[in-house]
Ligand binder design. Structure first.
Ligand SMILES: Nc1ncnc2c1ncn2[C@@H]1O[C@H](COP(=O)(O)OP(=O)(O)OP(=O)(O)O)[C@@H](O)[C@H]1O
Ligand SMILES: [Mg+2]
Length: 379
């Protein structure tokens, strides 16, 4: 490549250039003379070693400058005696609990005689955190697998307990106390079984059967399902869905499960009295709440709100409600919302919760409109 000719730089200009280059490098650089004085220490090195600005350190013994970091002093101290200098080694600075990756090299003059040593290093703490997160994910996957196996193994003996308790109930017809106790056993076994089912539903990968799905129909089925699982009592449910709402691309049964879980939570929060507003609407712009998958282009979306006027969620609870096994209920498994999130994510949708303590809670599920937008139908 042809470069425009420039006036030649003086050695001083070149020196200034190199100083700036090293000074602004994103790696830490620290160089010492053979006598053990600091010749160069750049900004990143000062940040990592928590040292004052570099100029005040030049000319001082490195052992003194780095007295808070004995590990580094040891590495630099070995520079002139080692046959092979460490390349890409790692070290945890005990003083600041940061991990650095470093390379140590000798600075030689023309005849090959070493006149100094330079340490190049990089903060690896972020890299470590990413690795840690990956390890956590692997661990969670392993735990999930174990949970699935356990849930599966527990299912059969549980069914056995339920069947045998049923037999016992028939055999103890005349004994009122025994009837009550056996009734309790059956109820508890049923509860354990529903927890097992939920764990299985949670750990199983979501497999969707996508069809143009009517949100009004899914909400209707969800109400039926919720009424079977929890007590509606005197709660008023207002369902409001425009008749011309386009279908979403969804799995009818799984979406029903999503809305049912939200309704059951609302029933439980309201404890027999209050109001639930179930609404759905179309959103085509980001301002209306449409999904923006690529960050630029909103896609037509259906926004479903499940809003109750119950006790609300305290802020310290709000951040945990989607975590698996988080529950504030004595008999809850804490998987309801974790499953909801998993299903909504699988639909490329979004779920948000807003709540005012004492005023109520609103869960908002946003789902992309079915790209085929035919008449709503489900198998
Ligand atoms: N509508 C709501 N109003 C107030 N709190 C809520 C509401 N919905 C959820 N929560 C809170 O979020 C927690 C987690 O809900 P989630 O559905 O995941 O589990 P759960 O209802 O406790 O148990 P499960 O659904 O597995 O039976 C609840 O224990 C409750 O504290
Ligand atoms: Mg729940």
């Amino acid at each position: 490549m042809l470069m425009p000719r420039r006036a030649t730089r003086t050695p001083r200009q070149t020196d200034v250039f190199f100083r700036h280059m090293v000074g602004n490098m994103r790696n830490g650089v620290l160089a010492i003379t053979r006598d053990g004085d600091v010749v160069l220490v750049n900004e990143e090195a000062c940040r990592l070693f928590r040292l004052p600005a570099g100029d005040t350190l030049v000319g001082r013994p490195y052992a003194d400058v780095l007295r808070d970091h004995p590990d580094i002093v040891r590495v630099l101290g070995g520079a002139f005696g080692m046959a092979a200098l460490p390349n890409r080694a790692e070290l945890r600075l005990r003083s600041t609990d940061t991990v650095i990756g470093y390379t140590l090299s000798l600075v030689r003059q023309q005849d090959g005689e070493p006149v100094g040593a330079a340490l190049f290093f990089k903060d690896l703490t972020d890299v470590e955190q990413i690795e840690e997160r990956e390890r956590l994910r692997d661990r969670l996957a392993a735990v999930g697998e174990m949970a699935a196996v356990m849930a599966h193994e527990i299912k059969n003996p549980l069914a056995g307990i339920e069947v045998m308790a049923g037999l016992l109930r028939r055999k103890t017809k005349d004994n009122v106390d025994a009837q009550t106790l056996v009734g309790e056993i059956i109820n508890e076994a049923k509860l354990a079984n529903s927890i097992v089912q939920e764990v299985l539903a949670f750990v199983r990968p979501v497999r969707l059967q996508l069809y143009p799905t009517s949100v009004a129909d899914a909400l209707g089925s969800a109400l039926t399902l919720a009424d079977g699982e929890a007590v509606r009592g005197g709660i008023a449910v207002n369902l409001s869905v425009p008749t011309d709402l386009p279908p979403v691309g969804g799995d009818y049964h799984q979406l029903t499960q999503v809305f049912a879980n939200l309704l059951i939570n609302a029933y439980q929060a309201l404890d027999g009295k209050g109001r639930i507003d179930l609404t759905a609407r179309l959103a085509t712009t980001a301002a209306e709440g449409a999904l923006v998958p690529d960050g630029y282009q909103p896609v037509a979306s259906v926004v479903v709100d499940v809003a109750d006027n119950g006790p609300g969620v305290a802020p310290e609870v709000a951040e945990k409600i989607f975590n698996p096994f988080f529950t504030t209920k004595p008999k809850g498994s804490g998987l309801g919302l974790a499953i909801v999130r998993k299903i909504v994510d699988a639909h490329d949708g979004r779920i948000d919760m807003t709540s005012t303590e004492g005023r109520g809670t609103r869960f908002r599920v946003t789902l992309p409109v079915d790209p085929r937008t035919h008449a709503a139908s489900h198998p």
